[in-house]
Ligand binder design. Structure first.
Ligand SMILES: *Cc1c(COP(=O)(O)O)cnc(C)c1O
Length: 383
């Protein structure tokens, strides 16, 4: 058994209740027992998305849902604004271009959130923009984007608002209907704390109007087939879904709703504040700009003279704590600590104790215990 403490930004630690749910016997995916589970799970999914529209579960990781969002709404030659400030923003752009969309990129410096005024001016500049894609929580840079404000702006335009909440849903505030999000998607393995391999997506009326008017080059991820099977009694999916992961999602979402969305978001915010305080108490620098920092993971600059292999390697090999590295040009320059899902004070305390021991060993100077003390102080403040 691997007893590594998983502190990476997904997959995250899965509660035992969820693992146990996956051990249930497999049932007929077209029978009433599974139909009931599917209907219950998608209803909980909509509750978490805060939408009155149905949600659909897809067997496939978050990227499958990103592809579903774009592939069902964007056709060859469609203009799409892609907000790109990190690896996942880039992914949306790449998917847009794969489906023949004409990308209008809003380039955001890595480590910063987009300025809503810039989004407004780009929308003003172009006619016939079919959609705008953005990442709520850009996991590669540990930045949270102002989807509520952008949603308000999007209200005045016909373009679809497509939002990836893979690393924020059930960890930060996402109100799909209130924000005017037309297509919202998420994944199983981040704040929802289920195993990887499943994703969820929901569409508003405007999105369905677009989908129903056009052909999609998708087959497996064609939402028209998903809708057709979803409407059957009992509900089904067009092809065999991961039955076990559906059980897992059912249990994980039950845990989310038992805790309460507001409580869960508040707990994530406290974890984020504690992590930032602890890092800064050690004299480490946060990567993301103040005010734009994620509530579900924290990006920290690699201290001068210390390599990724030394820091994360020691954490993993000596202390069994797995933290995230940097992506693309941030590789070696940034490390990332997740405070997603069920992660709380105990996990962060172990992580910072081991981080302090690692940094001491590598010759970084700071006051021993300062990080852990800052964690404690933050948690005490909220008791
Ligand atoms: C993790 C993640 C994804 C999905 O990645 P998969 O590996 O396909 O699950 C998409 N967007 C964001 C913001 C993510 O953090």
């Amino acid at each position: 058994m691997d007893d590594t403490l998983l502190m990476i930004p997904g997959p995250t630690i899965v509660p035992k209740r969820v693992l146990d749910a996956m051990a249930q016997p497999i049932v007929n995916h077209r029978g009433p027992a599974f139909g009931e589970i599917l209907e219950e799970t998608t209803a909980m999914m909509s509750e978490v998305f805060q939408t009155n529209n149905p949600s659909y579960l897809l067997t496939g990781s978050g990227t499958a849902a990103m592809e579903t969002a774009v592939g069902n709404t964007i056709q060859k030659g469609d203009k799409v604004i892609n907000v790109v400030g990190g690896k996942f923003g880039q992914r949306f752009q790449q998917i847009t271009e794969k489906f023949g969309g004409e990308s209008i990129e809003i380039t955001v410096p890595w480590g910063q959130a987009v300025d809503p005024e810039i989004v407004k001016s780009v929308l003003e500049e172009h006619d016939d923009v079919k959609a705008l894609t953005m990442i709520h929580n850009e996991s590669s840079t540990a930045v949270v984007q102002p989807i509520k404000e952008i949603g308000k702006i999007m209200n005045d335009y016909d373009s679809l608002f497509i939002v990836d909440t893979v690393s924020s849903l059930a960890g930060d505030t996402v109100e799909v209907d209130n924000y005017g999000i037309d297509v919202c998607l998420s994944g199983s393995q981040k704040c929802i704390a289920a195993p990887p391999g499943m994703s969820a997506i929901t569409f508003g009326d405007d999105a369905w109007n677009v989908i129903n008017k056009q052909e999609t080059p998708n087959y497996y991820l064609d939402m028209k087939s998903h809708l057709k099977y979803f409407k059957k009694d009992p509900s089904q999916t067009p092809y065999t879904p991961s039955v076990s992961l559906t059980f897992a999602m059912n249990e994980a979402l039950s845990i989310v709703l038992e805790e309460g969305l507001d409580n869960r978001v508040k707990r994530h915010h406290i974890g984020a504040e504690a992590t930032r305080n602890a890092a800064e108490a050690l004299g480490l620098e946060l990567f993301a700009r103040e005010g734009d920092r994620s509530n579900t993971l924290t990006g920290i600059k690699m201290p001068e003279g210390i390599t990724d292999q030394q820091l994360r390697g020691t954490m993993r090999n000596k202390y069994n704590v797995d933290i995230g590295g940097g992506q693309d040009h941030l590789k070696g320059n940034v490390f990332r600590i997740a405070h997603m899902g069920i992660i709380g004070l105990p996990e962060l305390a172990i992580t910072f104790t081991c981080l302090e021991m690692t940094l001491k060993e590598l010759g970084f100077e700071f006051e021993r215990g300062a990080g852990v003390a800052a964690l404690e102080e933050t948690y005490i403040k909220y008791q």
